[in-house]
Design a protein around this ligand. Structure first.
Ligand SMILES: Cc1ncc(COP(=O)(O)O)c(C=O)c1O
Length: 386
């Protein structure tokens, strides 16, 4: 069988945590019923599982309470709930050019409806430039929305510092935790975060189609629901319930996904989180070093050069070779699966100087081995004919 080396964990993690597939199969074959509507034991059991997932996410990310954990289809859904639910014409929002389209596109649409969007400037390594946050975040800002780490180059954003500034100025703070949840500790209360968007399918090692939005009481009280519909509660009223999480959870939840996510959280909680992050830093450092060895031959390596300041993502720009062709050959000749292009973050490439050609992105996870990186380097050398 052809070798398969999966280096696309930033898009979605694979393999999933042990137990995820089994838990989903268990739900689908042995449980199967909905939550909240059935007056029978199996439905209560499903409800207990859903509550358990809310409790664990709340504990893991320093949320206010389990009911403040709104279950979503992923980070995009969570971010849309906040941006469309909170911002009104005349509001000012501050963000960065390193955002994913799941932030940029909703903001672009809101801009057309009278919301003002300002961007914090970042350097060529994707890091926030000094003094930017202090200059732009003031009392007239309604919301700061920031990714915790760039999905293009992996560079981390100083969210604790921004959270402090937001708190001092009475500004809501929303963090896109898509690239960090599961690997870098996030504490909403300690970091002054009002809304935290999480995908279940990346660093949390769960299945696709499930995620969460953790909300502070103050931001949730200021938000309108994005979707309206059945919640299984207050069904006598045509208005959405005014309590959490029902206010923001219309329709049937992704229950197979929630069972899968519960199993993933089981696995993650049984690990030493510090050791996992330490390994990610060493593995990313190894990947960075191996790619930087090829810089004299023209390979451009993006992002900050300190592995502690990034997640497990390294993007490169091939010299004199179309990045799409490079990625194609890596897969065809070596079974290396990576991603090329703009990675849904066009403004990040303008900042990094890789627009419009984009980059080839390698991203690692807890199951990537150190020797996989050496294999990658040999393949990249071969493609560059060095
Ligand atoms: C930084 C960032 N934000 C948001 C998303 C969207 O996440 P989801 O696929 O869970 O909607 C991604 C996905 O790649 C991402 O990298």
């Amino acid at each position: 069988m052809k070798k398969r080396l999966y280096l696309d964990c930033a898009a979605t993690s694979w393999p999933k945590a042990p137990g995820v597939a089994g838990a989903m199969a268990f739900y689908l074959t042995d449980v199967g019923c909905n939550v909240g509507h059935g007056a029978y034991q199996a439905a209560y059991d499903v409800g207990a599982t859903v509550l358990d997932v809310r409790k664990r996410l709340c504990r893991m990310f320093g949320g206010p309470a389990p009911q403040n954990v709104v279950l979503t289809s992923g980070a995009t859904h969570a971010l849309n709930l906040v941006l469309n639910g909170l911002l009104r014409p005349g509001d000012r929002v501050v963000t960065s050019p390193m955002e994913h389209n799941s932030v940029l596109r909703p903001l672009h649409r809101l801009e057309a409806r009278g919301v003002r969007v300002d961007y914090l400037a970042c350097g060529q390594d994707g890091a926030l430039l000094p003094g930017q946050a202090e200059a732009l975040i003031g009392r007239d800002v309604r919301l700061v929305v920031l990714t915790h780490a760039s999905n293009v180059c992996g560079t981390l954003m100083p969210i604790a510092k921004i959270g402090r500034l937001c708190r001092e100025n009475g500004v809501f703070f929303c963090v896109d935790g898509a690239q960090t949840a599961g690997s870098i500790p996030i504490d909403m209360k300690a970091m002054g975060i009002d809304a935290l968007a999480l995908p279940g399918h990346k660093g949390l090692l769960g299945p696709q189609g499930v995620g969460a939005l953790l909300l502070s009481d103050t931001i949730s009280a200021a938000m309108e629901p994005l979707l309206t519909g059945g919640t299984g509660s207050r069904s006598d009223s045509l208005d959405m319930p005014d309590f959490l999480p029902d206010r923001f959870e219309a329709g049937t939840l992704n229950l197979p996904g929630i069972y899968g996510l519960q199993a993933a959280l089981d696995w993650l909680e049984a690990q030493d989180g510090m050791a996992l992050r330490d390994r990610e830093i060493r593995l990313t450092g190894h990947l960075l070093a191996r790619m930087r060895e090829l810089e004299p031959d023209g390979l451009r390596v993006l992002g900050t050069f300190h592995a502690v300041d990034r997640v497990g993502i390294v993007s490169v720009d091939f010299p004199g070779l179309d990045n799409t062709k490079a990625a194609f050959r890596l897969e065809q000749n070596y079974g290396i699966q990576c991603r090329c292009g703009l990675h849904s973050a066009p403004l990040a490439h303008q900042t990094l100087g890789t627009f419009p050609q984009g980059t080839v992105r390698f991203s690692v996870g807890p199951f990537t081995r150190f020797e996989d990186i050496d294999y990658l380097q040999a393949a990249v050398c071969d493609i560059m004919e060095i």
